[in-house]
Design a protein around this ligand. Structure first.
Ligand SMILES: Cc1cc2nc3c(=O)[nH]c(=O)nc-3n(C[C@H](O)[C@H](O)[C@H](O)COP(=O)(O)OP(=O)(O)OC[C@H]3O[C@@H](n4cnc5c(N)ncnc54)[C@H](O)[C@@H]3O)c2cc1C
Length: 399
């Protein structure tokens, strides 16, 4: 079987490498001209995603990259009161969950795919596809086309494969939050060893981690009543963001604005997730990762879900008599879990930008209780402890 994978972000190359494990040849087509460390800000990798990387012998190269161990999330309120510490989990006693630049992860995965003989064609923007005699023909905006047995849409939240599969289908839904972020090379703040710190500000949410040496990575989530235009948002100058953030973080700890003011370039993106799709596949085409079930970064699971998808999809396609049976099984296995994660991300986002003083007061009253009773390691284990049901692997172990 030959697979055409559209999207060379995070899920695409991993899918191609997982397919290679089960004897399916895959070729990846990516719209960008190449992987670039500057594509995106940072993201968290859950231990569930890291388990997939380990299974595919990808964990070591990722851990050798520029990563920040973030085994814990430390939450505090705008008054400086510590609300609780939540573990992000450890894969094993030596390997904590990590945070890294999305572009770095994308580059490492592309290098590994390359080293395994998997081709990633850059500058190839998929436009649509057709099915002919049980084969799929994918077309690109440069007029070229390619043929395979199956088409895998790993092309992210604005998936063109999804649009071609179900014209007029559902669109990503705006969560009411904008994500901003940046890097401060020398913050002069003490290292936050092993932790990502989160502050429930009075009007907005702030997260940061400081590396040994003082480099700080931060993000802020701010509310927006209207869905902003992505391009307009990206064009807002950093100085303008600083002005706006100054008002939003006015009552919050001083270091927040100090970090923001020390940032040269502030990136901004609206946060979307995907409403439930009616179906993830149609004939020879199937969706995975953000294309099927984009999750808000508030869940910290977008990349990890794409990794799990990749392994499950390969497992289902292994020796499948017909792609359709494999896709049905894949969707059955993945849909309940991913939809639960999407809902979790949505819910977590709702308290980040309270709209009134009453909402802030209520949140401040309830949060300590929530952290004590509900946000525990046990309550997170359904996310972190998940094992992809991998049968008949080379070594026979579960992923
Ligand atoms: C530029 C960019 C920056 C991001 N930054 C962050 C971030 O800072 N923090 C965070 O948590 N998440 C970020 N994300 C989302 C995060 O990468 C995903 O949630 C997660 O990795 C799931 O992976 P995925 O492979 O499903 O999608 P993605 O990683 O989004 O990969 C999709 C890939 O498909 C490519 N593509 C799209 N359309 C086409 C087309 N028509 N033809 C060919 N290729 C196409 C895209 O260029 C991209 O490389 C970013 C995504 C992108 C594309």
């Amino acid at each position: 079987m030959e697979a055409i994978v559209i999207g060379g972000g995070i899920g695409g190359p991993i899918t191609a490498m997982a397919l290679e494990r089960v004897g399916i040849r895959a070729v990846v087509y990516e719209a960008h001209d190449g992987p670039a460390d500057s594509l995106g800000l940072f993201l968290g990798l859950g231990v569930n995603g890291m388990r997939v990387l380990r299974h595919l012998d990808l964990l070591d190269p990722v851990m050798r990259a520029d990563i920040v161990p973030t085994s814990d999330m430390v939450f505090s309120s705008w008054t400086g009161k510590r609300l609780g510490v939540v573990s992000n989990g450890w894969l094993d006693p030596k390997t904590p969950s990590i945070t890294l630049m999305r572009g770095v992860l994308q580059r490492v995965l592309a290098e590994e795919a390359n080293a395994r003989g998997i081709r990633i064609h850059y500058g190839k923007r998929f436009t649509d596809y057709a099915e002919q005699d049980g084969r799929v023909v994918a077309r690109f905006d440069d007029g070229s086309e390619t043929e395979g047995d199956i088409l895998i849409g790993a092309d992210g939240i604005r998936s063109r494969v999804r649009a071609a599969m179900t014209p007029g289908g559902v669109e990503p839904s705006f969560t009411g939050l904008i994500n901003l972020g940046g890097v401060v090379p020398d913050s002069r703040m003490p290292a936050t060893t092993g932790a990502m710190h989160m502050v429930w500000g009075r009007r907005a949410f702030f997260g940061y981690t400081v590396r040994p040496g003082g480099e700080a990575w931060w993000f802020a989530n701010v509310g927006s009543d209207q869905e902003p235009d992505r391009r307009e948002l990206a064009a807002v100058p950093s100085e303008q963001w600083k002005q706006r953030l100054r008002n939003l973080f006015l009552d919050d700890p001083d270091f927040i604005m100090e970090l923001i003011d020390a940032t040269q370039e502030i990136g901004a993106h609206p946060i979307h997730d995907m409403p439930s799709l009616r179906r993830w596949y149609r004939d020879g085409a199937v969706l995975m990762g953000d294309a099927a079930h984009a999750v808000s970064p508030s869940a910290g699971q977008g990349a990890s879900m794409a990794m799990e998808d990749a392994l499950v999809l390969a497992q289902c396609l292994r020796g499948a008599a017909a792609p359709r049976c494999a896709f049905t099984r894949y969707e059955e296995l993945r849909r309940p879990r991913t939809e639960r994660i999407v809902a979790t991300g949505r819910r977590r986002g709702t308290y980040k930008a309270p709209k009134s003083r009453v909402a802030v007061t209520l949140r401040d009253l309830l949060m300590p209780l929530v952290f004590r009773l509900f946000v525990t390691e046990k309550s997170m284990s359904w996310i972190h402890d998940y094992q992809v049901p991998w049968e008949e692997s080379k070594t026979g172990e579960a992923a």
